[in-house]
Design a protein. Structure first.
Length: 218
């Protein structure tokens, strides 16, 4: 299988099950025009996040890593009236683009974008959180998992993106800070009696990567 095939299959899935959405497309275009990296989740991954949030009836969502607000829009659309989403972003320029994208998508009033270093912002986030999406700097994932667990309600979910990195996570010769952060996070999850978890490899238009899904036990 090649990247070309993975992309073709993703396009088939989008056509079959994840129809194009003007607000989401506009968010990607605005992010691109602002010179931001094309590292948002793929449409079918955004839909997965939304389905997970809807499945657990999420009313409070935390996202670590906003970029242009693409995954934020997917998640915010899962919220019922009165729901709330807090998303954390380091770069003011990215947060500005995200604010415009969220307002244009009609979910701006549900979303609180907090600007700064996620590790500094997390102690000020109010729990309980129903679903946390971790999608920022992998080196800090051990701490992000611990903070997400502290904030989560029993029965909540923690979803962590980019946990495979084209297989690097399973390559013992790779001892980069990013990969060591991912392995340490998985060690913490495995040793934590309050959670149960699995991880899935993903292939598609974004290459070969993966998601870890953690259930905080009721
Ligand atoms: N969740 C977004 C989506 O799918 O549309 C993509 C997020 S992008 C992969 C990662 C984001 O995390 C970037 O916007 C980056 O600036 C932000 N980020 C990275 N390290 C951070 C940190 N330490 N604190 C806050 N934000 C951070």
């Amino acid at each position: 299988m090649t990247q070309e095939t993975w992309t073709e299959v993703d396009e088939y899935i989008f056509d079959a099950l994840v129809p194009s959405d003007p607000a989401l497309e506009a968010a990607l275009t605005a992010s691109d025009e602002a010179g931001m990296p094309a590292i948002a989740v793929a449409p079918n991954q955004g839909k997965l996040l939304q389905l997970l949030a809807r499945t657990i009836g999420a009313r409070s969502i935390l996202e670590i890593g906003t970029l242009g607000g693409y995954s934020t829009i997917w998640l915010a659309r899962a919220l019922p009236p009165g729901g709330r989403l807090v998303t954390l972003e380091y770069y003011p320029k990215f947060a500005d683009v995200a604010r415009k994208n969220l307002d244009a998508a009609g979910v701006g009033d549900l979303v609180d974008i907090r600007l700064g270093e996620a590790l500094d912002l997390l102690p000020g986030v109010e729990g309980p959180i129903d679903l946390t999406f971790v999608d920022a700097d992998r080196v800090n994932n051990p701490a992000y998992f611990q903070e997400a667990l502290r904030l989560s309600r029993p029965g909540g979910l923690i979803v962590i993106d980019n946990v495979v990195r084209a297989g690097a996570v399973a390559d013992p010769s790779n001892t980069s800070d990013e990969i060591m952060g991912l392995r340490r996070m998985h060690e913490l999850i495995a040793a934590e009696p309050r959670v149960d978890a699995t991880a899935l490899q993903t292939v598609g238009m974004k290459g070969h990567d993966g998601l870890t899904i953690v259930l905080v036990k009721a």
